[in-house]
Every structure is written in structure tokens, then in C-alpha cells.
Design a protein. Structure first.
Length: 253
């Protein structure tokens, strides 16, 4: 009887030992992309990671609805104050999050000199937005896109310290520079669909992008058998888009 008891008491321990130990490569993949390193495109083929900067804005809900109706996912790189206080658009941000879209950081105020800010100033830009997003979605994003794609100066070292994956792009839609939706479409067609998926630079603050370019991209992706996914998913990190906030929630700008 005593021997049986010993065997039974050891069973949970043996079960733990029976768990497969992940290889170093598997463990690395599970950890997601490294923080503080520039990422320009997806790590897999057959995907397209639509990514929009500068919101939230008056078109956020329209954009989200268009994506939802198509069964598409996207990433919203949001700011705190670029087009008004983020808390005034909290419902739209939370709705996008609840719909499965990725909410990521584009800094608090979108400074034009982001690449030349001190490390403490860069940190403040990130943590002020983190506090707002803690209030709105209860999470800290682990992905960010720097304003003007600025990655010099203290940006990358600070993002490594703060735990942010740094996204830029491999297709510039040019919407910020006055290109029409049709001209943007040509850029996607020129980039093609072979190789690893694209992470484009687009802005949700332009009506032509939201109302014309995005519907065209949904159709283009379908015609080319591309799945429209979040940036995190296109990097094999679907479960790693967020972490526990490290900054207290804030509700004012």
C-alpha cells in the first residue's frame, strides 16, 4: 500500500517531466520578434498586414466596419493627441480592439523631431500613450511605428528598454504626400504578391485611403489569395501584441 501511495504522489511530477521541452528555436519563435529592432515586412508569405497611422480620427469607425465586413484584420498605430485627444475617440479604439484588430503605438504627440529626442523624452512619448491605452483597452502594446519612420538617435535603444517591436514599412502608399488612391494602388501592384507579406505605410486620416484604397486592397488581396492580418500575426506573433501595462491608467490629455 505504501508503495502505491508513493507512485501516485509522484505521478504529477512525472507528468511535468513528460512535457516536451521546446527547442531554442521554438522558444525564440514563441517569444516573438526582438524589441528595438526595425522590422519592415512580414516573416511569412501569403499575408498582407494593413497598417494605419495617425488615428484615432473621424474615419476610424468607418475603416473598422469596412474591414470587419470583409473578415479582415488590420493594425492601428494610434497617437494620443495628433488629431485631438485619444480619449474623445476611446469608443472607436476599444471597438477596433474588441473586433480583433491590433492597437499599437505611434507615440503620444507624434513629434516631428522624434529621432533627435533624448531617451527620457522618447520614453515619455511612449509611456503617456501607454497610460491612455491602459485606460481604454487595459493593455500595453508591444508594437510601435515611429513618427516619420524615424529610427535614429535614441529611438531603438529606448524601444529595446521599453520592450517595443519597431515597425516601419516595405510599401509606402504615399497618401501622406498627396498621391491619389489609384496611384497608391499602382505601388502595391508594382510590389507584387510573391515573397514574404507586405507591411504598408498608410494613414487612416485620409478619406481616399479609407473609402477607396482600402476596399481596393481587400479585393486585390482576395484575388491574390492573401490573408489580411495584423502585423503581429504576420510576424508569427499573434498572441504577443500586448502585455501587462507598466504605467498607471490615465484619462486626460
Amino acid at each position: 500500500m505504501r508503495l502505491v501511495s508513493l507512485v501516485l504522489s509522484a505521478t504529477p511530477f512525472l507528468a511535468v517531466l513528460a512535457e516536451p521541452i521546446p527547442s531554442p528555436l521554438e522558444a525564440f519563435k514563441r517569444a516573438g520578434p526582438a524589441a528595438g529592432q526595425v522590422i519592415t515586412k512580414c516573416s511569412q508569405s501569403g499575408l498582407l498586414a494593413l497598417a494605419f497611422d495617425d488615428g484615432p480620427y473621424q474615419y476610424t469607425s468607418t475603416l473598422m466596419n469596412t474591414l470587419n465586413q470583409a473578415g479582415a484584420k488590420a493594425t492601428f498605430f494610434v497617437t494620443g493627441t495628433l488629431y485631438g485627444c485619444i480619449h474623445n475617440q476611446a469608443a472607436a479604439v476599444k471597438a477596433a480592439y474588441n473586433s480583433g484588430h491590433q492597437i499599437a503605438s505611434h507615440t503620444w504627440s507624434h513629434p516631428s523631431n522624434f529621432g533627435s529626442l533624448s531617451a527620457s523624452a522618447v520614453t515619455q512619448e511612449m509611456q503617456k500613450l501607454e497610460g491612455a491605452l491602459n485606460k481604454i483597452i487595459g493593455k500595453k502594446p508591444t508594437y510601435m511605428r515611429p513618427p516619420y519612420l524615424a529610427t535614429g538617435g535614441n529611438v531603438l535603444s529606448t524601444m529595446k528598454t521599453l520592450g517595443y517591436r519597431v515597425i516601419t514599412d516595405d510599401i509606402d502608399s504615399g497618401d501622406w504626400n498627396g498621391l491619389t488612391a489609384q496611384q497608391s494602388e499602382q505601388r502595391f501592384q508594382q510590389a507584387g504578391t510573391s515573397g514574404n507579406g507586405h507591411i504598408p505605410l498608410m494613414h487612416e486620416v485620409y478619406a481616399s485611403t479609407v473609402n477607396t484604397l482600402v476596399p481596393w486592397l481587400i479585393t486585390w488581396a482576395k484575388q491574390n489569395n492573401l490573408r489580411l492580418v495584423t502585423v503581429a500575426e504576420c510576424l508569427g506573433d499573434a498572441g504577443g501584441a500586448y502585455t501587462t501595462p507598466t504605467v498607471a491608467a490615465t484619462s486626460t490629455c
